[in-house]
Design a protein. Sequence first.
Length: 616
Amino acid sequence: MIIFIIITIILIKSFEIALIEKPLSIRRSLDKMYTAVTATQFYLYGKKHFTKTGWMNASKNYKSLDLLKTDINLSDKVYMITGANAGIGREITTYLASKNATVYMVCRSPDRSKAVLDKIISETNNNKVHLLLGDCGLEKDIRRLWDEFVAHRRQVAVNDNIRLDALVCNAGALMNEKTISSEGVEVTFATHLLFGTYLLGSLALPTLSTTQDSRLVIVSSGGMYNSKFPAWEDATSTGIAKYDGQFAYVYAKRGQILLTEQWAKQYSGMVKVVSCHPGWTLTEGVEAAYGESKSYLEPLRSVWEGAEGIIWLCVAPKDEIEDGAFYLDRKPQVKHMSGFFYSEGSFTKNSAAEVADMMHRLSQWANGDRPSYEQLMIEAMKRLPLQASTIPTDLQAFMGDWHVLANIPTYFEVDACNCIEHYTYDNNRQVVRVRFEYMHTKDPRRPEQTSKASEVNMRGTVVNQPVNTHWKVDPKVVGVTLPLQMDNLILEVSNIDPATTDISSTSEGAYCIVGVPDRSYVWIMTRARPSQYLPTSNKVAVAYPQLDISTSSSSSSKGSSSSGAASSVDVSSAQNDAAVMREVSILRKALVRLEQLGYDTNKVVRCGWNNDLIPK
């Protein structure tokens, strides 16, 4: 019978692990497989289409009379190009200026940009090229430079109608190290997507929509083939994952594709909104980001070969451009290739709900409704597995009885009362013996319905000596110790006298907090037996109407409740009841600490106590 029980317990545990862990393990394995397949196909596809060879093959299918080589006159057109002082942006600007267009160069570096501006004006003999200085990774700069553009255009506007024929969102950055802007946003995400595309595009679209045959051209990248748009924390580099500059770039570029599709629908018939890829082009940005590794992308395109397809999108007849498409070399391309044999697959596709969430968050963050980077990092740290206290604990002083005052309960503790942890240290085996004693009842007001005290025995092994705050705990079932190695973490210990193991000589205000890495459980325990508490509601605020932890955001721990009068701690004169006020003090400090550690303190409940049930 005992063997049958043991086997049953082990099977149940194995089944739970299979239910909870196996799908996650399988999902992670599949993700790795699809990531590898997608990356391989992206690279092989890129070697064929994104290189100089790819451009040469594609350009053979251009019209015999190339539009860009004709004597096209753009003197009545107005363009804005971001990242216009180097590489592809400079090439686009130079071409448009050479065709007499009015061009606004959005650039970050004053000295360098002025020199490029003067050279373009000199080369093209066009003095309608203007400079808008600003960092496309900063909200304040984008808003200011847009206001400057509007003010400048109003000087020549007819009937106050401001003209903008095309906005090319080209500015970007690929950072190898995580870099946070002065506004607290990761630079790659801010420049490529949040401000350099979403905010600037949002400001420009009303003007574009009133300009006939206008278009918004978003310079994305074939790198987006490698991923879907991820969880917001990963896209913004505010999560717990290690920063990867390449994938920060990939995520932003996938975001641009999704944004293009949404805007194309929203402004259908008013503005042609497209995204595009310049191919693997030899620019200063590529040189800086890849260095010698750029050899894997060879043969690289010249700057003109990378830029001319984008220029074509700026000047081609509107009806030749497919709204919402992703272009390379004047031709719409597939947007996914994660399936086998270059099929679309589903690995890089986002659901409608995910896209809607991205759009909502972009709107919030671009309009100043975003937490500080410091706040985001604090929240990210809270998602990391909880760590034990680094303050050493004297094991001998810790031994003895601890009474559960409040907790996030385990299965055994729901509706239980009089929960006590008895700790003893086995010097011979160097393990901690734990006996958890409790009484289980649905109504502690009726002792006759309460069963006799139950107990669970466990064995703890300290794994971080001499700090002694991280234990691996194995429960005992029907006399057999199960090697489950459950992590128990001492998070805080207060007022324990390390000079003695005599429990009676320790401070009555002594308390400790013990938790688990995933924050699913916690125990706030005291040396002193808790005051009488017969709960109808376990909420801490109901148990202690006088408890106020104003430094905590826990709504359940603030204020009082008139409905809790009958179920709260029995204190006719709470201010004079030293025991209750001691508990209030302990809970106030413990709840604030738990919130700092990332716990949801709304889940912390008061453990029931009935002194009539204490074994004699």
